[in-house]
Design a protein around this ligand. Structure first.
Ligand code: FAD
Ligand code: EPU
Length: 339
């Protein structure tokens, strides 16, 4: 385990904002977890790739950088495989590894930044698929009971950009590995707008899982700003889901507002569209702003602070509330501490 004193966290978050911690521990094995001095949610933070956090404050205590590696096949039967990945594995690297082995199920989740251990935290999702469709379970350290736990997927209570880890019991668990149930049979999911068109444009009629992954990589690279170039954390707000009656009233009042039906029969509305229609697309104040490429993405053009980005998010939220009567919920975790 490596210990760094007073580290800069700039390189550890995809917004690229400056923040400091008192200490950083690089955890490379489950044994390292047991050697940690403990975890105090009032002062400490667990970090994967830092692609879904905004450092509004410095971290008064420790940052635990989860770097536990390893991918293994743990079971195979009837064309189904179960693989286990260390929490520190790069998510996209894991997706491409599974495709190279002929295991299908993760292709639509290609190119999502971050590490495997964070995937269950907000039940990552993209292009019509969520982690919940393949998650078998997780192994985690329970800080409250000081023991290792193996949680089945149902016990993780995954929802749209949600889990028990994110809202109900934040900071109770440190995930050390995840288990995924994949298939040797490829069942394409091409329903998301633009995906079928992207494949047709590439002249592909019978797509393989790798073709779908490649198509999604191309779409994502066009649509979303690259954090290596312009700091960001992907979508800054969740798409709000309303009950049918309220959503229909709003859609009638606001023609053109894109919406989709969820599996639970609610209607999900496009937050990007609402933000764009409030005039915020490409808005900039100093180095903090809203991407000109995608209105749901807040950006750091260079030396914005986390607090300046949080201020932009408050302005956007107020404007959407005033115009549409919708309270947007932030998707990334805002790292703030009581002073
Ligand atoms: P971090 O940002 O390091 O952490 C996120 C949260 O998880 C924090 O609360 C942290 O404390 C906690 N955490 C991290 N690791 C652990 C662990 N091992 N144990 C316990 N808690 C932990 N997300 C999507 O769902 N779909 C997308 O399409 C998508 N696109 C994106 C595009 C871009 C350009 C960017 C920058 C982000 C995007 N995201 C997307 C968000 C982000 O990639 C995911 O949320 C990802 O899972 C975050 O992984 P991470 O390792 O960077 O997590
Ligand atoms: N739109 C606008 N203006 C924009 C961008 C988009 O009006 O600047 C409209 C589009 O016209 C489209 C709609 O918004 O009708 C949806 O856009 P898009 O397909 O880009 O999807 P999204 O709802 O903005 C969600 C996820 C993304 C995920 C994509 C693909 C959330 C909060 N975001 O974005 O996840 O990659 O779908 O599945 O659910 C993330 O969570 O960080 C993330 C990037």
């Amino acid at each position: 385990m490596k210990v760094i004193e007073n580290p800069s966290l700039k390189a550890f978050n995809s917004f690229g904002t400056e923040a400091r911690a008192a200490l950083a521990f690089t955890v490379e094995s489950e044994e390292d977890v047991l050697s940690l001095p403990g975890f105090n949610p009032a002062t400490d933070v667990i970090l994967g790739g830092g692609s879904n956090v905004l450092f509004v404050d410095d971290v008064p205590g420790s940052v635990i950088l989860n770097r536990i590696l390893g991918i293994s096949l743990i079971d195979e039967s009837d064309g189904q495989v179960i693989i286990e990945a260390g929490a520190g594995e790069n998510w996209h690297g894991l997706v491409r590894w599974t495709l190279a082995q002929g295991y299908c199920g993760l292709e639509n989740l290609s190119l999502i930044p971050g590490l495997a251990g964070a995937a269950p935290i907000q039940n990552i999702g993209a292009y019509g698929v969520e982690l919940s469709s393949v998650l078998e379970g997780v192994t985690c350290w329970d800080w409250t009971q000081s023991c290792w736990r193996s949680l089945r997927a149902e016990e993780c209570r995954l929802g749209y950009r949600e889990s028990r880890f994110k809202s109900a019991e934040p900071d109770r668990f440190l995930i050390s590995s995840i288990r995924l149930r994949l298939s040797r049979e490829f069942i394409p999911i091409l329903s998301y707008a633009g995906l079928q068109e992207e494949l047709s444009f590439a002249g592909i009629n019978q797509a393989s899982a790798r073709d779908v992954s490649d198509a999604i990589i191309r779409i994502r690279s066009r649509k979303l700003p690259d954090p290596a170039v312009t700091g960001n954390a992907g979508s800054f707000f969740k798409n709000p889901a309303l009950n049918r009656e309220d959503a229909e009233k709003l859609i009638e009042r606001v023609p053109g507002l894109p919406f989709w039906e969820t599996a639970e029969g609610r209607l999900k509305l496009s937050a990007a569209w609402m933000i764009e229609h409030c005039g915020f697309k490409a808005y900039r104040k100093g180095d903090a702003g809203v991407s000109g490429q995608h209105a749901l993405v807040l950006v750091n053009h260079g030396s914005a602070s986390g607090r300046e980005i949080a201020e932009i998010s408050s302005m956007v939220r107020s404007a959407v509330d005033e115009t549409f009567g919708i309270g947007l919920e932030a998707e990334p975790r805002l790292i703030e501490f009581k002073h």
